[in-house]
Design a protein around this ligand. Structure first.
Ligand code: PMP
Length: 305
């Protein structure tokens, strides 16, 4: 879908899409001094609802705190801005992008004293869009880029600076003819995809790399772990080696944008038979029900507009 809307919320008010501009001397543009979130709103039987709003806003403010950014709005104000922006655009299903960044007020590494700015954008995104990996599996490659290390940059912050690494990995994967990259951490253990957490089914167990492997603390990762357990399954958090991927029964990636995507090929090697696995399919169904309000066990994850 096009990244387009009628209105964007900037520093407290809704402005027309074409007017949502920043100055070329915006600090974040030069030094990546920005943190952000990615959320989704889905149509449900009781109207449009934002999935796990509280958790996303908590992570946004934690990301800002890690970087000592003073957010000029409270979590409640940002939540209200999100609802207001979606309603102003009359969207029922969309992606939502809150962004906190250092704006104008000084060049050089010292951050501008009064320069923190906030915006909330959204664009239409229907359920079932981004089909690659849903009905057909994604073809992935292990990236030649190592996932950034927490000793150099806080990987638990959803910070713009972390995405230079992710963009390099994604670009390399596309250039080499793959759909997506899977990155290893500095110790050579499996970390995550460029913008999604990874799960593996191997010898009947479902395994995901632990948070200590340097992955983003994904909210979908958390939702999927809960869904697996509620469904009677077991999920373990432990380190995975690259070779565990090639010999997996199933691999899937999870994230707000990705939802649940199957990986059926890695570095030219078929994962199991090379088609969508039964566990992946089941989790795709259960996740779709959760986000669209069709499973009452998860209604607590929804915030209605
Ligand atoms: N890892 C990275 C690097 C990401 O950018 C994302 C997307 N936010 C995820 C994992 C998945 O996180 P979430 O489920 O919270 O969207």
């Amino acid at each position: 879908a096009a990244v387009k809307s009628e209105k964007i919320w900037m520093n407290g008010s809704l402005v027309p899409y074409a007017d949502a501009r920043v100055h070329v001397l915006t600090h974040a543009l030069h030094y990546s001094t920005a943190v952000f979130e990615g959320l989704r709103c889905y149509e449900t039987p009781k109207g449009p609802a934002i999935f796990r709003l509280d958790e996303h806003i908590e992570r946004l403010f934690n990301s800002a705190k890690i970087y000592s950014m003073k957010v000029p709005y409270s979590p409640e104000e940002i939540k209200a801005a999100i609802s207001e922006t979606i309603k102003a655009n009359k969207f029922t299903e969309c992606y939502i992008r809150p962004l906190i960044y250092y704006g104008l007020g000084g060049m050089g590494l010292t951050v501008p004293e009064h320069g923190t700015e906030a915006s909330v954008s959204c664009w239409e995104w229907k359920t079932g869009e981004s089909a690659a990996g849903k009905t057909t599996g994604a073809r992935c490659k292990v990236s030649s880029w190592t996932r950034i290390d927490g000793r150099a940059q806080p990987v638990k912050a959803k910070a713009a600076s972390n995405y230079a690494n992710a963009v390099l990995a994604r670009m390399e994967a596309h250039r080499d003819g793959y759909d997506e990259a899977i990155m290893l951490n500095g110790a050579g253990k499996v970390a995550e995809a460029s913008a999604a957490n990874i799960f593996v089914k191997r010898r009947g167990a479902i395994i995901t790399p632990p948070l200590s492997s340097g992955v983003l603390e994904g909210i979908t990762r958390d939702s999927i772990m809960r869904i697996i357990r509620d469904d009677g399954g077991e999920v373990l958090e432990h380190d995975l080696d690259r070779e565990d991927l090639y010999t997996a029964d199933e691999i899937f990636m999870v994230g707000t944008a990705a939802e649940v995507k199957s990986v059926t090929e890695l570095d030219g090697v078929n994962i199991s038979s090379g088609s969508l696995g039964a566990t992946t399919k089941r989790l795709q169904e259960l996740y779709t029900k959760a986000v669209t309000g069709a499973d009452e066990r998860y209604l607590g994850w929804l915030t209605y507009l």
